[in-house]
Design a protein around this ligand. Structure first.
Ligand SMILES: NC(=O)c1ccc[n+]([C@@H]2O[C@H](COP(=O)([O-])OP(=O)(O)OC[C@H]3O[C@@H](n4cnc5c(N)ncnc54)[C@H](OP(=O)(O)O)[C@@H]3O)[C@@H](O)[C@H]2O)c1
Length: 333
């Protein structure tokens, strides 16, 4: 084993679109685990939209990344050395080591996982944070009832693809919104949505009306901007909006609000923002159900995989621009 640990650090705080030059690739020595610590070799790195917010200086729900610090991220890997009786070499673990190949931990924030039940990488996707986000946002805030129409934006992505499949399992009509014909075909043919609207196709409002002829009961919001504006005009009375993300605004120096907010008043719509970590203490129930659905083939997932830590900045920017299908990962070894 090489004794080097390659990391990606934050070099600049971007204004507007993030650039590759906002990151720096650095090499350090592999850390030595101290008393009670374990050394983990990270095999998979998760790239997620929230990381764009952590690159900013302003306040958010979590601390930002300092200039020169390793970028934050969820990771999945294996224990290679252990001075902690709770772990042994070879254990598969999910951690939060950031954009780097190795990390040491006292173990408290490490989660041992069964990589035989589902592949290790799925613990960063369908059975991990994005799957939990879909599960809690839809079921707890959206509260779907059979026969209702559920619209999901970023429907070909890590969270959206799972939301639509859970909604279908609950007996709903499911309509995805995604960028481009190819993604929309995948949303219907692979993820089993009833319909998908290409928001880049030029007829968003009309296509949405055709795909959801009885109006929209739940809008699982991942993007904001023009899609939210169009959906707001087609919401049914007492519709619910789990506000999960606003990716269309993350690189905008002046993020846009909702012009037709009055539609939420007229229709007595419930809109609730949430952060998946709010549900951390109750996650085992959701993980067990998601893992079961994946094993039984009731939920399908896709991964877009970049190769090597050095490719993480390019893959991250690509994901923000919609180049990914399903979960964006980096295979580190
Ligand atoms: N609240 C929480 O706890 C929580 C947890 C996880 C994720 N999230 C949020 O959930 C959303 C989806 O995250 P994810 O990890 O599943 O990412 P993802 O959907 O796998 O990837 C991001 C996708 O966003 C779409 N997109 C980018 N710019 C867009 C625009 N201007 N308009 C419409 N769509 C755009 C792209 O798909 P197209 O090609 O279709 O444009 C891209 O593939 C994000 O907003 C994220 O911040 C929230």
């Amino acid at each position: 084993m090489s004794n080097k640990n390659v990391q990606v650090t934050l070099a600049n705080r971007p204004t507007g679109w993030v650039q590759q030059s906002d990151f720096k690739i650095v090499e350090t020595d592999i850390p030595k685990p101290g008393a009670g610590q374990v050394l983990v070799k990270n095999l998979w790195l998760s790239l997620d939209p929230y990381m764009r917010g952590r690159m900013n200086a302003g306040p958010s729900y979590a601390a930002n990344v300092g200039i020169g610090d390793v970028m934050v991220a969820g990771t999945a890997g294996e224990v290679v050395e252990s001075n902690n009786p709770a772990f042994k070499p070879g254990d598969a673990v999910v951690g939060y080591f950031g954009w780097q190949q190795y990390g040491v931990s006292r173990g408290a924030e490490l989660q041992k996982v069964d990589a035989k039940a589902v592949p290790l990488s799925a613990y960063l996707g369908a059975v991990g944070m994005p799957g939990l986000t879909a599960w809690w946002g839809l079921l707890d805030i959206g509260a779907p009832k059979a026969g209702e129409t559920v619209v999901v934006s970023a429907a070909a992505g890590a969270v959206g693809s799972i939301v639509g499949q859970i909604a279908k399992l609950k007996g709903c009509r499911t309509v995805g919104v995604a960028g481009g014909k190819a993604k929309c075909e995948l949303v219907v043919n692979e993820f089993g949505f009833d319909a998908c609207v290409d928001y880049k196709g030029g007829n968003l409002a009309k296509d949405l009306r055709a795909a959801a002829p009885k109006g929209i009961d739940i809008y699982f919001e991942n993007v904001g901007g023009a899609v939210l504006e169009a959906v707001a005009l087609q919401l049914n009375p007492f519709a619910r909006i789990p506000l999960c993300g606003l990716i269309s605004q993350y690189n905008e120096p002046r993020p846009k609000g909702l012009d037709n907010l009055v539609m939420l008043l007229i229709n007595r719509v419930k809109l609730q923002g949430f952060i998946v970590s709010d549900y951390a203490s109750r996650s085992s129930q959701a993980v067990a159900e998601l893992a079961g659905w994946v094993r039984e083939g009731k939920i399908k997932y896709r991964e877009t995989i970049a190769n090597g830590i050095e490719d993480a900045p390019r893959a991250f920017i690509g994901m923000l621009k919609g180049e990914n299908i399903g979960k964006q990962l980096v295979k580190l070894f």
